[in-house]
Design a protein around this ligand. Structure first.
Ligand code: ATP
Ligand code: MG
Length: 290
């Protein structure tokens, strides 16, 4: 059984009614890693935010099911939903510089969630923070817990956010481009850390990225999105052997090769973009005609 089951998820922009997610369905099993790929604006982050209940105020779920651990989150009262999500899921955000509050020390930024959502006492939460920082290879957890974010490097802050995401032993983590904001040299270490932590804890992971090279390294399954529509969903080996959809093939051809970064890129050709846009328009017609 899937730990996360998303079925026909539709998200609209309030007011205009513009559709941002067009009937997205995906399943992530316990301990499984699913990559979510697509160009900028495809709706990758919206999916993660809908699952975690942190959609921007301007957007709303208008249809679908988001089932976490067998329970439809959208059918729960908001307070219960927040509690369930807090206990079972967590986010590794994109930008470690803005994700931490600059005016607070690190300790409460890790422990508040454990205290508020899981009801732990402060001493237990502090022990856990120390333990989980050591697990992400932070040599001096006590010093780091007393520090303010600006006293720490970007890579260090991302380690803290990773530790924080794993602190309450969630069964699902959404990682939204967790290495994009970092130096290239740090990216590899952070990616390896996420993969190691995921494997050790057996956490299901929804990994948002536009980097197919990263998908090849850490994911078992992947979902390709365009314009809020699922274009292809497959296992990663199958995708790299033979992507089924013309748009996926073009996306693969447009991916810089890590072994030869100087190789010229083939942008996704216009006719392929036109064709996938026509699919998006057809999906909208179907939905309007009920
Ligand atoms: N706060 C917001 N209010 C209204 N629309 C938004 C908001 N954030 C994103 N959108 C729109 O929702 C759609 C999906 O955006 P989303 O952020 O999910 O894309 P993405 O695939 O994560 O792109 P990127 O790779 O740039 O992060 C886009 O059309 C975008 O313009
Ligand atoms: Mg995004």
């Amino acid at each position: 059984m899937s730990f996360l089951r998303v079925e026909n998820l539709c998200v609209d922009l309030k007011g205009s009614g513009d559709r941002l997610l067009r009937g997205v369905s995906l399943n992530v099993g316990a301990g499984e890693v699913m990559g979510l790929v697509g160009e900028s604006g495809a709706g990758k982050s919206m999916i993660g935010k809908a699952i975690l209940g942190i959609l921007p105020r301007s957007a709303g779920v208008v249809d679908g099911v988001i089932e976490l651990d067998g329970e439809n989150l959208l059918a729960l009262p908001p307070k219960v939903r927040r509690q369930r999500i807090g206990a079972k899921a967590a986010l590794i955000p994109q930008d470690p510089l803005t994700a931490l509050n600059p005016s607070r020390r690190i300790a409460p930024q890790i422990t508040d969630r454990l205290v508020d959502i899981l009801g732990w006492d402060r001493a237990r939460a502090n022990d856990r923070a120390r333990e989980i920082l050591a697990e992400v290879h932070i040599a001096d957890p006590d010093r780091v817990l007393r520090s303010y974010p600006h006293e720490l490097s970007g890579g260090m802050r991302q380690r803290i956010l990773i530790a924080s995401a794993f602190a309450a032993e969630p069964k699902l983590i959404v990682a939204d481009e967790p290495t994009t904001a970092l130096d290239v040299t740090v990216q590899k270490q952070i990616l390896r850390l996420i993969r190691d932590m995921q494997a050790r804890h057996g956490t299901a992971l929804l990994f948002v990225t536009h980097d197919l090279g990263v998908v090849a390294k850490i994911c078992q399954k992947m979902t390709v999105l365009y314009g809020g529509l699922v274009v292809e969903q497959t296992d990663v080996h199958g995708f790299f052997r033979a992507p089924a959809h013309p748009y996926s093939r073009a996306l693969l051809a447009a991916t810089p090769r890590h072994d030869d970064p100087a190789a010229s890129l083939n942008p996704v050709p216009d006719d392929i973009i036109q064709a996938v846009r026509a699919e998006v328009a057809a999906a909208d017609r179907n939905w309007r005609n009920g």
